[in-house]
Write a protein that binds this ligand. Structure first.
Ligand code: DX5
Ligand code: ZN
Length: 555
């Protein structure tokens, strides 16, 4: 089974957009903590939870208990995306008589716990877990607690009880975003090593300071520590806890408050404040413009691909791009599924396999079984029927579905019916066959046109730019509409992969900021541009934004 990566990613994005819609309409609510837990919620609701939105009280269901109830918009948005109620209901958030209140309430279908008074959710979950055991049910309880919430003594009493009762049907997620209502957690009540120095927003990045896992370990819990925004790490952790017997588990997820909206990220102000209605369309665009970086390992040492995978994963790549060439569809040969199977154990980072092979339908299952998470086949060697079959095999194995076109290929008309459900479209910007070629300039226009066409056809996937992408053209590729960026010679071909990926990210952030500034200007002229810029208080974002606005003549 694959990660179902894009499926979850798209649900998470949709959830975040609903949070913004609800909170903006209400004029109040908690975006920060809704966003720090968004990927965790997305994985639970859209991969693990055994539930039935049409029968919310199904007795054998799993439970998701949101103990940090103030993040209710993050819960409601997932319930809406999962189908418990119509998405438009999110606009009733916090209104009189609405089922969606500032804190979760049983009158909303899918809500398992009336949270809000902090510190209680874990005790409640223990009761549910014990009841499930007594009733002989397979129910698993997933409970999300906050780090500020850990100031409550009851959390620690509950943690002793869960351990005493060996509740292996209980998994807790600690949303470790380092910020609580008034300030950084380490200033209010430190959970980690005592802070020496002022740069609090930087401290969570220093792994040596993370001690909260030790506290839970000493209480007898199975503890896993992950990056709470990386789907593959959440999935691996949940798979592991579901196999654990005899102890409750806690997944300490390091997260960023306000994650995915730059001005909210890591800013305590956004714990419980709503964006105004002028700003929210810009935020929505920002949420639609998330990007991924995918180093291609064939640009490295082909005799030691394990090491290339390690370099990419150490460099914090989002995907490992695997260029499979069969010597027939393209004249070169690289590796096949056997090699991918060997590489699979080297990293958890998702495998983005680009199959440059003839008759992919004959081999697709081998690549699924080898552990690929996204598989892209070429339109030149498919037709409606074979691609339909490929699509079904991939979907049923939770592998994301990609289609690629060569520089001289236009999207064939048979692809149209697949577009709304397609996860990824690779628009090749070199003639496929090897890395290190020059980007074909006409691809810019081609991608711009395709992006427009895809939007009309209700595409909600990602365009991947592949071939000759480097620091000089990255920004234009982003502005064309690409959101996944393959880098062979420009990333793997470089000595310091981690440093170059940081450079890639900086360029892409800059390009995104440009897009958003332009959106602000078109929506509200210089005044809105200035408002948008002023929101960016933490870090050096503001300087970059000002520069962009000045260059465009907006301020
Ligand atoms: C070309 C491959 C690309 C390529 C990337 O056939 O699909 O992924 O190797 O390498 P660069 O970035 O060097 O073009
Ligand atoms: Zn490729």
């Amino acid at each position: 089974m694959g990660l179902n990566y894009y499926h979850i990613l798209k649900k998470v994005r949709e959830g975040r957009k609903l949070v913004i819609r609800g909170i903006t309409t209400a004029g109040s609510g908690h975006p920060g903590g809704s966003f720090s837990m968004a990927e965790m919620m997305g994985c639970i609701y859209h991969k693990y939870l055994r539930h039935d939105p049409k029968n919310p009280l199904w007795p054998d269901r799993d439970r998701l208990v949101l103990s940090k109830g103030h993040a209710s918009p993050g819960l409601f948005s997932n319930l809406a995306v999962a189908g418990y109620f119509d998405k438009s209901e999110i606009e009733t958030l916090r209104k009189f008589e609405s089922r969606l209140q500032g804190h979760p309430d049983y009158k909303c279908p899918g809500v398992e716990f009336c949270g809000g008074s902090l510190g209680l959710g874990l005790s409640f979950s223990i009761g549910v877990a014990l009841a499930a055991r007594i009733d002989g049910k397979k129910t698993h309880i997933y409970t999300i607690i906050g780090d500020g919430e850990c100031d409550e003594g009851q959390v620690w009493e509950a943690s002793m009880a869960a351990s005493k009762f060996k509740l292996d049907n209980l998994t807790v997620f600690l949303d470790r975003n380092f910020i609580q209502q008034d300030d950084y957690t380490e200033r209010v009540m430190p959970l980690d090593e005592e802070l020496v120095g002022d740069d609090i927003s930087e401290m969570w990045k220093n792994a040596a300071r993370w001690k909260v896992g030790d506290k839970w370990r000493s209480f007898g819990w199975n503890v896993l520590e992950i990056d709470g925004h990386r789907i593959e790490q959440i999935v691996k952790a949940v798979n592991s806890v579901l196999q654990t017997r005899g102890t409750p588990s806690i997944i300490v997820a390091r997260t960023i408050k306000g994650k995915s909206v730059e001005h909210m990220e890591d800013n305590p102000k956004w714990h419980g404040v709503a964006p105004n209605s002028q700003i929210s369309p810009i935020i929505e665009l920002e949420l639609d413009c998330q990007f991924l970086i995918a180093p291609s390992i064939i640009a490295g040492d082909m005799t030691n691909l394990e090491n290339e995978v390690k370099r990419a994963s150490h460099g914090r790549a989002d995907f490992i791009h695997l260029d499979v060439m069969d010597g027939i569809f393209v004249s070169n040969k690289t590796f096949d599924h056997e090699k991918i199977r060997q590489l699979r154990s080297v990293t958890q980072v998702p495998f983005d396999a680009h199959l440059m092979i003839n008759e992919p339908i004959k081999q697709i299952k081998n690549y699924v079984d080898a552990g690929c998470d996204v598989i892209t086949v070429h339109a030149e060697v498919c037709d409606e029927s074979s691609f339909g079959e490929i699509h079904d095999v991939l979907r049923s194995n939770e592998v994301s579905v990609g289609l690629a076109i060569n520089p001289e290929t236009q999207l064939p008309s048979w692809t149209e019916k697949f577009i709304p459900d397609l996860d990824q479209l690779i628009v090749m910007s070199v003639v496929p066959g090897k890395s290190g070629q020059k980007y074909i300039e006409s691809t810019h226009e081609k991608v711009q046109n395709i992006a427009k066409f895809l939007t009309e056809k209700k595409f909600d996937g990602f365009i991947e730019a592949d071939g000759g992408v480097d620091l000089t053209n990255l920004e234009s590729c982003f502005l064309d509409g690409a959101r996944v960026f393959v880098g062979g010679s420009a990333i793997i071909g470089q000595k310091d992969v981690r440093a170059i990926i940081i450079e890639f990210r900086k360029k892409l952030m800059h390009a995104r900021r440009k897009l958003l500034i332009h959106r602000a200007y078109s929506l509200g002229g210089a005044e809105l541009v200035n408002k948008w810029i002023d929101l960016h208080e933490v870090g050096k974002k503001k300087m970059d934004l000002l520069q962009i606005a000045k260059e465009a003549g907006f301020v």
